[in-house]
Design a binder for this molecule. Structure first.
Ligand code: FAD
Length: 483
């Protein structure tokens, strides 16, 4: 008899987990899969919401699976049904619609929820939901609400200058909205950037039309007057977008008596302190690190599918080295590792041209970097960071993207890229994997994408995948079939 696996959460990681299970067990002989999703729509690519906000995609274009995927793949999917309780003794999940779902193994993929800070007027009295004119930025409903307010000439205040706040502000400014970004900290994206990089980023945003105000906290929202700030100013705004951080969705796990810190605690098998209950994605906390990026969640989904289908009982999740990339038209920003962890720092600052780089090394290895306006350097440096290979002697050339003979960069020339280089971070696809897929018959960029999934996460590697496809077409052309 097949094992009953119930998944709570049909977001990016819950949906990927279902896909990974069916890749290993296409006919459901080993796993009978039930998925409960609180959102009323089937899973979509949340990472692309910034692109939707910026106008690069329509909301309908971000679905993760084609219509009917669940039925066609034997997945018992319940959209619009939140799980409200887990009875671990009886091994049953209770749905908000009164349904019950018995399990042998339970997978929590409940993600994060956006945090609404305790600022006067932001929440409705009583239920704590966003008040009139206020939107969070986490799901498609939020996105549609923001778009409804984002007519050209509208005035919108964005609260929070982290990655999502910056992406939202840039996207809205590109739509002709008058955007003011308020951030209570001294500089933008303080979790990823040093002050130098943040200053250059702030200038780049101002150039693009965003009024950036750091060290300023929102104090009170009145939809008829605007947003009052703690420096005594009032921002005349028609709407507010709040991007003030997220909290892992751990309520169900906590109520069920599972061990929870910032996220649901899991080991290398993605198991909680109850061996039959697992957690993956943004709700999970592995080895002290809460998730927050899709790459780690998708890697966890693959490991857990190996384990629960019995495909690879030795599979383990050992952590993911995160790379943060800003998705904002006209600004190329990547940050990796820890810029406080090195014994050697090389920096360049060219604020007038929007360029700034910090490269931090320890024992000749890259341990952290911030790269703004330096896309060629970013490609080479991230590769060195991933592979932990020794950095070239000429650090400055590396930082300027000129470390290779003749000044060519690996990013510009796929033939120079090492096979182990990770091209698609969201899906952890290397150049070697793309070359193998090519040799197995995936003979253009679309086929490579379908075969390896490269480019199906945040999409920022699409140009590189096309570059590799072009390079392979020239260097390894398909054999002509004889007429
Ligand atoms: C605008 C935006 C841009 C982003 N950009 C990037 C990026 O560039 N790169 C990157 O790596 N990451 C990015 N992220 C983060 C990325 O989206 C998350 O890491 C990813 O979505 C995590 O997937 P998840 O399945 O764990 O959580 P989610 O995708 O949030 O899915 C969780 C699902 O569980 C459901 N749920 C919760 N509780 C219950 C319950 N009790 N019963 C049933 N269902 C429940 C929720 O409704 C939700 O649908 C971005 C996020 C946002 C919002």
């Amino acid at each position: 008899m097949s094992r009953r696996v119930v998944v709570i959460g049909h977001g990016m990681v819950g949906a990927r987990f279902a896909e990974e299970i069916r890749r290993r067990d296409p006919d459901g002989g080993r796993v009978a899969l039930t998925v409960l999703g609180a959102e009323s729509r089937p899973a979509y690519n949340r990472v692309l919401l910034s692109t939707v906000l910026a106008g690069g995609l329509k909301p309908a274009m971000v679905s993760l699976h084609p219509d009917g995927w669940a039925e066609a793949n034997g997945v018992d999917l319940h959209t619009g049904v939140a799980a409200v309780a887990i009875d671990r003794d009886a091994r049953v999940v209770h749905g908000a619609d009164g349904s019950t779902h018995p399990y042998d193994e339970l997978v929590l993929a409940t993600g994060c929820r956006a945090w609404l800070p305790p600022v006067d007027g932001l929440a409705e009295d009583g239920d704590g939901a966003p008040a009139r004119g206020v939107s969070l930025f986490r799901d498609l409903d939020d996105c549609e609400r923001i778009l409804a307010a984002a007519a050209p000439g509208a005035r919108i205040a964005v609260v929070g200058g982290g990655l999502l706040g910056v992406e939202a502000a840039r996207g809205l400014a590109g739509r002709g909205v008058a955007v003011t970004l308020v951030h209570p900290r001294g500089h933008l994206m303080e979790r990823q950037l040093d002050t130098g990089a943040a200053a250059v980023l702030g200038d780049a945003l101002r150039e693009l039309g965003v009024d950036v105000r750091c060290g300023v906290a929102a104090k009170a929202w009145n939809p008829d007057l605007g947003l009052d700030c703690d420096d005594g100013t009032r921002i005349a705004a028609d709407a507010v977008v709040v991007a003030a951080g997220v909290r892992a969705e751990t309520g169900l796990a906590r109520a069920a008596g599972l061990a929870v810190d910032r996220g649901i605690l899991v080991d290398d098998r993605l198991a909680t302190d109850d061996g039959r209950v697992h957690a993956i994605g943004d709700c999970a906390q592995h080895a002290g690190a809460a998730a927050g990026l899709v790459q780690s969640g998708w890697e966890q989904a693959a490991v857990l599918a190996d384990l629960l289908t019995g495909t690879d009982p030795a599979a383990r999740y050992r952590g993911t080295r995160p790379v943060t990339r800003l998705k904002a038209a006209g600004i190329d920003l990547a940050a990796v590792g820890d810029v406080g962890a090195g014994d050697e720092t090389v920096a360049v600052s060219d604020p007038r041209r929007g360029r700034y780089g910090t490269l931090v090394l320890r024992d000749d290895r890259v341990v952290g970097a911030i790269l703004l306006g330096l896309p060629d350097a970013a490609a080479s440096i991230i590769e060195l960071y991933d592979s932990a290979a020794p950095a070239p002697e000429d650090r400055l050339a590396l930082l300027l993207g000129r470390a290779l003979p003749g000044g060519a960069t690996e990013a510009a020339d796929p033939s120079r890229m090492p096979g182990s280089a990770v091209v698609c971070r969201c899906n952890t696809v290397t150049k070697n994997a793309l070359v193998t897929a090519w040799r197995e018959g995936a003979r253009d960029a679309d086929a490579l994408r379908r075969r390896t999934r490269a480019g199906t996460g945040c999409g920022s590697c699409t140009g590189t995948v096309c570059g590799i496809s072009d390079w392979l077409t020239e260097s390894d052309p398909p054999q002509e079939t004889a007429a």
